[in-house]
Write a protein that binds this ligand. Structure first.
Ligand SMILES: Cc1ncc(COP(=O)(O)O)c(C=O)c1O
Length: 446
């Protein structure tokens, strides 16, 4: 076996994923197949909560931890419904996220105690949706200011409400000094004193610290986080409602952990630093918020492909031609050279060779680098799986829609908590693509 991961187990010659036999699925539904395993999402959420609980108890942190799911990691409705069943808050990045959240509210799927963290650049439509949702009082909307200009635009659009609008403030971290996100630390204090505190329509409740380098628990990460905690400590005496520190996302998943690191150790290091710093400065320790996207959903996703053919050239390893595309299903393999665990799902004990998986498009980048895979058996099918693919791939590639070389989207199965398998989407029909390509030319502008 290539990958030794807790989600994958060998069962004779075949592979189990989350305990699920994969070969019967490809036999019943054909290939290529996309899989979404919903129970693993709840397991991840539960696991993170127990790491935070243990770290907070060890540090006598008597406050709360709020798990937030960011919709951008995957906005599939089955995933959002699953996340909400586990009492999560939501993070939005734009106006369409807000439309989805409003739909959830209208369908009574979103209890009123949930927070909606609004990150990202605030366009007119996005700000408008936040203000309308705040005024309706159906959920607690927390716009997270990325710049002073967002505050000014909110101020000019906000009507006087009984309830002040709760705000967060993203601090541009030194670690992120090339990042466009957040407000520079040396501008925070005067901005809050001169503009936010006098505004009767607003109250600052949250400081936000997302580090684009990832929540890796390294010395550099903790040094940067300390800078944000120092900002919190400086603001707290002048902002009595401030009681949340939002750590953002990017908790590494199992496959991305650096050697010698583990997620519980990373979380312990963060909570230790926070409680020690606050106590030294005699400031109440804030409640904690995270916005975990990839951690929540990565392990819930997989793709299964059939190897249709093998080709060898004068030099280099064999090419294994699959029945779909790597570049269109998993765009991060191309854009970020992201590695997804890859393993055959049958013939596991067969003799192996190094092979590159190649997609159906004619693009030279449509391949996955060399893997040690079973030889292509004569007269029998070989299937390969790409695992932990649940985050961001459909957002980048689009769900359905038009794809490079018009490769249709795979059939999509969803597995629920009772191991029931349901078809979420049929293989994409070519007519759907052709219709999209005709555009709206038949409809005159009003
Ligand atoms: C503000 C913010 N929060 C959370 C996330 C989610 O990060 P991840 O999916 O790595 O957990 C992102 C990702 O870009 C982000 O920008």
């Amino acid at each position: 076996m290539n990958a030794s991961l807790s989600t994958l187990k060998k069962d004779g010659q075949t592979l189990l994923w989350h305990g699920l036999a994969l070969i019967p699925l490809v036999k019943a539904h054909g290939s290529p197949l996309r899989l979404t395993h919903l129970p693993s999402i709840g397991q991840r959420i539960h696991q993170a909560r127990s790491w935070f609980k243990a770290a907070m108890q060890q540090n006598d942190h008597g406050g709360k931890y709020h798990y937030t799911y960011c919709l951008k990691a995957s906005s599939l409705r089955c995933i959002v419904d699953e996340v909400l069943m586990h009492d999560c808050h939501l993070e939005a990045s734009g106006s369409v996220d807000m439309a989805m959240i409003q739909q959830l509210i209208d369908q009574q799927q979103l209890p009123t105690d949930r927070m909606i963290m609004c990150n990202g650049y605030k366009t007119h439509d996005y700000l408008h949706a936040m203000m309308a949702m705040h005024q309706s009082g159906q959920v607690k909307v927390v716009p997270i200011l990325d710049s002073q200009s967002e505050f000014h635009r909110l101020a000019s659009g906000t009507q006087q409400n009984k309830e002040a609008m709760t705000l967060g403030l993203r601090i541009a971290t030194m670690h992120d000094q090339t990042s466009r996100h957040g407000i520079a630390p040396d501008q925070v204090q005067s901005f809050v004193s001169d503009e936010v505190i006098p505004a009767t329509w607003a109250k600052l409740v949250m400081v936000h610290a997302f580090m684009e380098g990832g929540m890796d628990g390294s010395e550099a990460y903790l040094r940067t986080l300390k800078g944000v905690i120092d900002c919190y400590v400086a603001l707290k005496p002048i902002c009595p409602d401030l009681n949340l520190l939002n750590l953002g996302g990017s908790l590494p998943i199992q496959d991305d952990l650096a050697p010698g690191r583990n997620q519980s150790g990373i979380i312990r290091g963060i909570v230790d630093l926070l409680t020690t710093t606050c106590r030294e400065q005699s400031v109440d320790v804030p409640d904690l918020v995270t916005e975990f996207g990839s951690y929540t959903v990565s392990e819930s996703g997989a793709y299964l492909f059939q190897v249709l053919d093998e080709k060898t050239q004068a030099k280099g390893p064999a090419w294994y031609q699959i029945d779909s595309s790597i570049i269109t299903t998993l765009p991060d393999t191309w854009a970020k050279k992201k590695v997804f665990p890859c393993e055959a799902i049958n013939h596991l004990d067969g003799e192996r060779q190094m092979a590159q998986i190649v997609g159906l498009t004619c693009d030279k980048d449509d391949y996955y680098p060399e893997q040690n895979l079973p030889l292509l058996p004569v007269g029998e099918a070989l299937y390969v799986g790409m695992f932990h693919t649940g985050a961001y791939q459909e957002g980048l590639s689009g769900y359905g829609g038009m794809k490079h070389c018009m490769i249709p989207a795979a059939k999509h199965l969803v597995i629920d908590g009772h191991s029931q398998v349901r078809v979420y989407a049929q293989p994409q029909p070519p007519e759907q693509m052709l219709q999209l390509l005709e555009g709206d030319s038949g409809h005159a502008e009003p």
